[in-house]
Design a protein around this ligand. Structure first.
Ligand code: ADP
Ligand code: MG
Length: 273
């Protein structure tokens, strides 16, 4: 679904260039749920921005399988809007809103005896129903409610909310569109326990492809089945969720330590000789 070939990104600190990412290649398959891990400043957010095309790499290329949509929650994404929460949410369903308006117009014409409009109305209405037109407002309300916004809050202007709440609206807008590939950069930072539990269920039920940057170990373990480690400007994909990855890392380190000790012994032996 996503393929990166030899991606490098060079930034500058005080005029001195340094690599944020150095020849990163990887492939993410359909339905994979990837935990993206690495210390702060490792290049995780940079990698997401490059996949989304908002940051261009200094070398390499990104392929996203044809016909697949991508949704992206940036780290601390904030929506600046005077609209109400609910209207802001409808903005993520603009095709539905437009179709609904068209249907209302056609209905009026049909009712005043326009036969062409009547046929067109039937077709448009059929498509509307098939696309979930009867449920989408309820879905918008439901997702907002699950993220902690009750009906009363849903009619408040977005700009009256706190920064963390605005990030939650950004998350809601992405989820309601159900893109095929979803990139979430620290989604749980602004969520309470109930909302995190809801998001876990949402992700597990959605059967989409996910890449998730998070420091919440419990959350990652329950929703992911592979782990992308960003370290020393490189990316390495491990099978298994975050706990499995930690186990594998621990074993790898033990093997390396063992090899190191043997090597030291061998050096000491040769030196003594
Ligand atoms: P992470 O998300 O893993 O914490 P980032 O991708 O945000 O890391 O950053 C990786 C490195 O690149 C960091 O050292 C950061 O300071 C640097 N960096 C990120 N964006 C820029 C930028 N626009 N200009 C210069 N340096 C940047
Ligand atoms: Mg980051």
């Amino acid at each position: 679904m996503i393929q990166l070939n030899d991606i490098s990104k060079i930034y500058k600190i005080n005029g001195e260039p340094f690599y944020a990412l150095n020849k990163v290649s990887l492939q993410i398959e359909k339905g994979e749920m990837v935990a993206v891990r690495g210390r702060s400043g490792a290049g995780k957010s940079t990698l997401f921005s490059i996949i989304m095309g908002s940051v261009s790499p200094d070398s390499g290329n990104v392929y996203i399988a044809k016909g697949y949509s991508v949704g992206y929650l940036a780290q601390n994404a904030i929506i600046d809007s005077d609209r109400t929460l609910f209207d802001e949410m409808l903005d993520a369903q603009s095709e539905m809103v437009a179709l609904e308006k068209k249907i209302a117009l056609l209905r009026e014409k049909a009712e005043s005896g326009d036969e062409d409009a009547s046929i067109e109305f039937s077709l448009a209405h059929e498509k509307f129903v098939a696309d979930g037109g009867l449920e989408y407002r309820g879905r918008c309300r439901g997702i907002l409610a699950s993220l902690g916004f009750n009906d009363q809050m849903q009619s408040m202007p977005v700009n009256s909310l706190s920064g963390g709440q605005k990030t939650r609206i950004a998350l809601a807008k992405i989820l309601v569109r159900e893109p095929d590939i979803i990139l979430l950069d620290e989604p749980t930072n602004h969520l309470d326990v109930e909302s995190i539990a809801w998001l876990e269920k949402f992700i597990l039920n959605s059967k989409k492809t996910f890449l998730i940057i998070s420091h919440d170990r419990y959350f990652l373990c329950s929703v992911t089945n592979s782990t992308l480690e960003i370290e020393h400007c490189k990316a390495k994909l491990y099978n298994g969720n975050y706990d499995k990855y930690l186990e594998t890392k621990k074993k790898d380190r033990e093997v390396l330590e063992h090899q190191y000790k043997n090597q030291q012994k061998e050096i000491a032996r040769i030196e003594a000789y």
